[in-house]
Design a protein around this ligand. Structure first.
Ligand SMILES: Cc1cc2nc3c(=O)[nH]c(=O)nc-3n(C[C@H](O)[C@H](O)[C@H](O)COP(=O)(O)OP(=O)(O)OC[C@H]3O[C@@H](n4cnc5c(N)ncnc54)[C@H](O)[C@@H]3O)c2cc1C
Length: 319
């Protein structure tokens, strides 16, 4: 594994470098380096984006909060205004990996990190390696997905992405030719089931410059829960981010279930928003939410666990 390394001093510098073939942005390197070692990525050059002015800033304004792409996960976990206004994002960030990872990993890199399925990472010829089957279906799949929306059963590893989905956050993306795109989180991962070779729908040369949190999602009632196999650090078996906004509307998203963070269907969010639910109605809602899930032989527990986690979230919003 060899590649050249350049530290960009401006956005224009980074974008110009990224327009060259086989050139990737790098921030903390906590996923890019393992992916390069595992033969998942093979860059000829990488461009370090952390010193670009503004990329490590969190700006709080009347329209919401703008988070530079190279802000570390640790900074987001401890940022006082984020904790006050968007607590479920801060808590999701606090639940990521270990302190060392949170201090190196950035929000941009976290959203673009590749799946951690053991077959994919170890080079088994699965869909994500250009093969024609998912090795997990007949293999070891206790941590894999129960949302059957595609061919591959890997689960998306990002905790912040789950909170950002429920917050209706948007990602700002630049390319050297002047194209600028704003994608909501669902759109960022839309296509993960159609094209198993990538999860985040970025084109070559594109750079996430910031994540925007809308003011409409600030405050209200927010709830985050992540269930892990090990308490010290781990990826989510199941997680939930749920909020009742100040206007009374409800957004709920879950992690650990599918190829992308999973948004709870609108009709269930609307029923939760109407409030006054008794335990039987909450049970009926969570049953409905998980109706289309298709667990594999060894991960049916995720349906039960996911329903329990979602029930606690609905109860917390309805209290
Ligand atoms: C042991 C371990 C445990 C972990 N546990 C968790 C966990 O519990 N929860 C969780 O959410 N994550 C977890 N992670 C993942 C970790 O959070 C990510 O590796 C990290 O956030 C990636 O950030 P980075 O800055 O290091 O990205 P990098 O490694 O620098 O980049 C990752 C990818 O993103 C691309 N990239 C980086 N920045 C940008 C940008 N601005 N625009 C476009 N593309 C970009 C790179 O080209 C590369 O493909 C874990 C990782 C490990 C190794």
């Amino acid at each position: 594994m060899t590649f050249t390394y350049h530290i960009a001093d401006s956005r224009a510098d980074a974008l110009q470098r990224l327009s060259a073939a086989k050139t990737l942005p790098v921030a903390g390197g906590t996923d890019l380096v393992p992916c390069a070692e595992e033969g998942i990525l093979s860059p000829a050059a990488v461009v370090d984006i952390r010193r670009i002015p503004g990329f490590r800033d969190v700006s709080v304004g009347p329209q919401g909060v703008t988070i530079g792409a190279a802000v570390t996960i640790a900074s987001l976990a401890t940022h006082a205004e984020l904790r006050a206004q968007y607590p479920m994002l801060a808590e999701a960030c606090a639940s990521v990996g270990t302190p060392a990872l949170r201090n190196s990993g950035t929000i941009g890199g976290n959203l673009v990190q590749r799946h951690h399925c053991w077959y994919f990472r170890r080079g088994v010829g699965c869909f994500k390696r250009g093969g024609t089957q998912c090795a997990a279906v007949d293999g070891e799949h206790q941590y894999h997905g129960i949302v059957a929306d595609g061919t591959c059963r890997a689960v998306h590893p990002s905790d912040p992405a789950v909170a950002l989905l429920a917050l209706d956050a948007q990602v700002e993306i630049f390319r050297e030719d002047g194209r600028v795109r704003m994608l909501d989180i669902a759109a960022l991962y839309d296509g993960a089931s159609r094209d198993p070779l990538k999860e985040a729908q970025l084109d070559d040369g594109e750079l996430i410059v910031a994540v925007h949190l809308p003011i409409a999602a600030a405050n209200g009632r927010q709830h985050w829960e992540k269930v892990m196999q090990r308490g010290a650090w781990d990826f989510a078996l199941v997680s939930v981010a749920a909020c009742r906004r100040s206007d009374g509307s409800v957004r709920m998203a879950m992690g650990g279930l599918g190829l992308a963070p999973w948004r709870v269907p609108d009709s269930i969010e609307e029923d939760v928003a109407s409030g006054g639910l008794d335990e039987d109605s909450i049970d009926a809602l969570v049953e409905r939410a998980f109706y289309d899930m298709e667990p594999l032989a060894g991960n049916a527990y995720k349906r039960v666990m996911g329903q329990g986690v979602l029930k606690r979230a609905i109860t917390a919003l309805d209290a």
